[in-house]
Design a protein around this ligand. Structure first.
Ligand SMILES: CC(C)(COP(=O)(O)OP(=O)(O)OC[C@H]1O[C@@H](n2cnc3c(N)ncnc32)[C@H](O)[C@@H]1OP(=O)(O)O)[C@@H](O)C(=O)NCCC(=O)NCCS
Length: 189
């Protein structure tokens, strides 16, 4: 199933052939700089299975992001239900992304995320979409800003599942955009 398509990209269901790329990004220290640890191939496969399970149950979750011309996977992107009570109430929907380094700096994530926001607000009728990141993750925060999400300092939080060994990754910032604001932005564009 294809969720959204843009000029250069496609967000689609995972294929078995995507497993090596998914494992590559989850094991790359540069991609995983803002996560407590990298993942083994086995852990990465389990994460993909979990993503697929969530997608089949709710229609929400992290999908494969692929180049439209070749269908080559380059990372993941999705709208997912958060699991961060009490910081973000259950039912909150986040937009999230992760790309192999060789596909950074092409504008791919911003392009596909613009289409995902449209999908979220128009097809899924969401009232708000949030995104969060380690406060020093400037590349991810720059994507949020390009998409028109705004920092909501009142919702910033210390991530409860970051271990003491990675305490410097605990402080997270929260960005958000509501449907009304997104619609206004579309009219201005
Ligand atoms: C966060 C992440 C997805 C951002 O990737 P990115 O390539 O910087 O983001 P975009 O796809 O929006 O690309 C924007 C960049 O492409 C450049 N670009 C090049 N060609 C472009 C084009 N045709 N159109 C638009 N932008 C283009 C832009 O100038 C911008 O570069 P700049 O930041 O130097 O100004 C990536 O760094 C990543 O996977 N990080 C690791 C995982 C992670 O931290 N995930 C988030 C956890 S919260």
């Amino acid at each position: 199933m294809i969720v959204v398509e843009t000029e250069r990209l496609r967000v689609r269901n995972w294929l078995e052939t995507d497993r090596p790329l998914f494992a590559e990004i989850n094991a790359d220290p540069k991609v995983m700089e803002f996560f407590p640890r990298q993942r083994s191939r086995q852990e990465s496969d389990a994460l993909m299975d979990e993503a697929r399970r969530r997608i089949s149950e709710t229609g929400l979750g992290f999908f494969a992001l692929a180049l439209k011309d070749t269908d080559e996977p380059i990372g993941f992107l999705g709208l997912a239900l958060t699991d961060l009570e009490p910081f973000l109430p259950n039912g909150t929907v986040e937009i999230g992304w992760r790309l192999a380094v060789r596909f950074w700096q092409h504008g791919y994530v911003t392009e596909a995320s613009e289409a995902m926001l449209r999908h979220g607000f128009e097809n899924r009728e969401l009232a708000e979409i949030v995104s969060f990141a380690v406060k020093d993750n400037t590349r991810s925060i720059a994507v949020m800003q390009r998409l028109g999400l705004r920092h909501d300092p009142a919702r910033d939080f210390e991530h409860p599942r970051i271990p003491d060994t990675a305490a410097h990754l605990r402080q997270h910032v929260v960005y958000a955009i509501g449907r009304d604001e997104w619609q206004k932005r579309q009219r201005r564009a």
